[in-house]
Design a protein around this ligand. Sequence first.
Ligand SMILES: [Zn+2]
Length: 101
Amino acid sequence: MAVDEAKKAGASKITEIKLVIGDLSTIIDESVQMYFDIMSEGTMAHGAKLIFRRVPAEFCCKACGLKYNKPKTGYDCPSCGGMGMPTGVGREFYMDSMDVE
Ligand SMILES: [Zn+2]
């Protein structure tokens, strides 16, 4: 995907790819980089550095309706202690931008 984009832009080499990963996604930075290194072998993206930006998981309290980022421990509402439900924010995984040469 990144290689197609870079070709369109007339680039010869991709140096850096920025990815957005939600905190709730099951993706682990190291495994993406490893997978990427294998996938990009022989392409202009080979050797590119992956930069990850983490998006905090967002929860919505069932009791008071407050939206909040996931606390360090647990999922409870920081305001009333009610049960929080995931809003869907925090499950992202997409390419944000990239640097080319
Ligand atoms: Zn609450």
